[in-house]
Each structure stands twice: as structure tokens, then as C-alpha cells.
Design a protein around this ligand. Sequence first.
Ligand SMILES: [Zn+2]
Length: 471
Amino acid sequence: MVKNDINLDFSKSVGDPFVEIGRLGLIEFCQKEQFESFEELNKNIEKLFNIYVFHTSGRIGQIFSSNSKFTHNSTGKDLNKRYTQAIEYYESLINDSFDGYCITCGKKDNLCNVSKTIFPLTSGNSNVNFTSHFSNRLLMCKECMTSLFFTPTNMQKSAGKMAFLISNNTEINKFWSEENLEIFQENIVKQVDALVDSKINIFENFIYNILEELQEEELFGDITFYLVSNVDKDTEITLTHIYEKQIKFIHQVAPKFFKNELPTKQKDEWNYLIFKYSSKDSSGKFRTRKETINGKSKTIKFKDEVIEGKDYKAMIKYYNPLINSFIQNKSLLPYFRVNRCSWTLTKIYLKEIKQMREERLNTIKKVADNLMLLNQQDDKEFIRKVVFPLERTKSGSELRTKLREFMRKLLAMPEKPMLFTADEMVFQILPSGESWQETKDILLIALYEKLSFDEEIEKEIEIITQGVDNE
Ligand SMILES: [Zn+2]
């Protein structure tokens, strides 16, 4: 007998990310936030448990512990029994009525007493903020308990683990759960494992791919991405925080592309860089892939795969140091410098991501423009005498010394131009506490943009900047 006078309300956010992602998955799955009777909710539970028992493969075992009702050995040969037992167990939890406070949302009384092994991804102990840390027996309200059963519907497989996101923008959360449910249902129709597989095995690429989708939808916000390892081992949780400004940056520099042509450095600088760093392996060789078509072995070049095959997604199969640095919020300036990117791209990056003061940005640019006065219409000589010495500096004080040397040279010229004022050096160029490398990178990017290169000087630059972007 199941109580009928139950009011189940899933409309409120919960602090525990697992419960929260399950709650959002439940709302999407049921297309409803509030239930006035248990029967109403139970129809959805039956549908869900049916999918877990009959429409998932071995991957359900990566999500539910081997002690769960969906995976336990004792019902491995009789799936109907497995299904019935799962439903009966759920109903018994709904009928529980313990006093106390819900362990995840703090709601009072009418709680159920659950074993954590019944829930997805909960057997490890590595992070105190998650249900996975809790002791084996725990009291939980009916909403939180029910939500947890829905978490697998709102996650995607990535890097052999399960990934999900939670944003401060509810529209982003909605976008995520809608996308997941759509694929989840398609999988059932296609009679493949219902659980969503991103097929992206590098977590940073997985995140980048989603950020691209979001910016296309003009959805912006802070997002935390979670990557949770399988159950029945030590559960590990990797958290990656993405700032709204990172999505806004992609929005400015990377409109959709690739579909018909190779991005070019002039037209589509950022995407060109992403392409460039996907196309080579760690030893610097262009990627190729062997495939057997009609019994014949064929070598597929990276470019052909992406551009001619119109398979942009092929790019995200490969480790990409630029994407990695972007997602990890490390400086991209070394990449811009080595690839001699434009001032336009650099400026967008410095303003959007680094949030550099306009005044500082302009002063450093002015120093670069002033240094150009030392160029006697001979780019090659200028590069050797001014650019390379700057490239070779290894500390803030070395950089400062070099700049002062160039200042003296400028003052020796008939018009006596000032490279910078003392104030500018102290407050804008190399302010204490700010990264000197950043200043160096920005200066060099601004200089390179104004110079032309022949083969000979290209080679010299290559030697000097070796390894900068492969760190
Ligand atoms: Zn609760």
C-alpha cells in the first residue's frame, strides 16, 4: 500500500550537485515540477526503472554500484524480477516516515532511511561535499531520494567517466537537461544504450564543445563541470570552473566555421589556431589515421577528415594544448606570441579574459609603437637587434633593463622620443605584483604584427621561441 496523500515538490534548488542534477533531470523527464499524488510520479518512476533494467548495457554498472537494485547479481538472469524488486524497493522508501532532517536539503520529517549504495555514483569517499562521502545509512526526504535516481539521465559519458554541469544561469541548466533527454530518448528508439555518451574522451575538449554550443545559443553564465569516476572504485570528482567571460570570449572570436573550408589565419584567427593545434601530435607531426574501407587500408589525413569530411567533431578527438590551456584558464599569450597573432585577437583576449585595464593595455601598445622608431626600414635587422633581445629575457628585471637600454638609444635620436615615462614603467608596464611575462608577450605580439619575415628570419624565430607553446 502506498500513501496517496503525498505532495512532492521538485521546484526548489538543492545544494548537493548530485541531487540537483537529478532534480533537473527529473523535471525534464516528467515535464513537471510538482506531483499531487504518488501515482502520478510513480508512472514516471516505472518508465525510468524500465529503461534502467531493459535499455541500458554494461554502462549502467559504471553508474550504479553492484549492490544497487539495477545491477545486483542475484537478478542478472531474471530482468523482470530485477524490475519488480526495484519498484518495490522504491515504494518502500516512499512509505518510510522517519523523523529528523534530510541530509542534503535539510527538510524536516517524513524521511526515508536509505543505503547510499542504491544511488548512482556514491560508493567512494573522496569529497566531503557530495553524497558519496556520507555514511552508509542516511535519512533523506522523498524529493532528494527520488531526484538521485534521475541523475544518470542528466549526465554524459566523457573520458571513461560521467560528466555533468551546473550553472548559475538556469537557462544553461535547462539547455543541458533538454539536450540530454533528447539523446536519451533517441538512444531508446535506436535500441542502443540509453545513457548518453558524448564520445569525447578528453574532458577539456568535452567542455570546449559545450561552450561552443552555448555561445551559439547566446547562453552565458558561470558553470562548474563535474567529472565523476565509476562506482565500486575510489570515487574521484574532478571540478572545472568556467567563467562567463570565457564563453563571451568564444562568442566574440569563434563563430561557427569549418563547415565548408579550412579557417584561415586572416579570416578566422582563433579557429585557425584551434585547428592548427589539433592537427599535429605531440611530436609536431601532422596527424593521420588508418582506416579500412572495403577491405582496403587507407590513410586519412587530419585536414581531409575535418575539412573534406565536414567532420568538425573529429577535431575534438585529439588532445589540443590550446583548448587545454583555455579551459584551465592558463595564459594564452604565449600561443598568440609564437603564432604571431593579431593585435585585435590579443586585445579581445586581454579585455575579456584577463580583464586588463585599458590604460595598461594602451601603454604597452604605445611602448611597442615607440620601439618601432628604432627600425631603420630594415625589419630583419630590427628583429635581430630589438625583438630577439626581448625574446631572450628571462625575468622581470632583465626585461626592465632591456627596455631602459632601448630608451637610451631612442633618446640619442635627433627627435629624442621617450619610450615611456617613469610613471608608466611603475604603474602600467611592469607594475609590482603583475606578471612580467604577460608584459613581454604583449609587447612582442604588438611588435611582430608590424614586421615582415623572410624564410631566414622565420627559422631564427623558430629556434628562439622553441617549446614556448608546448609547455
Ligand atoms: Zn531533501
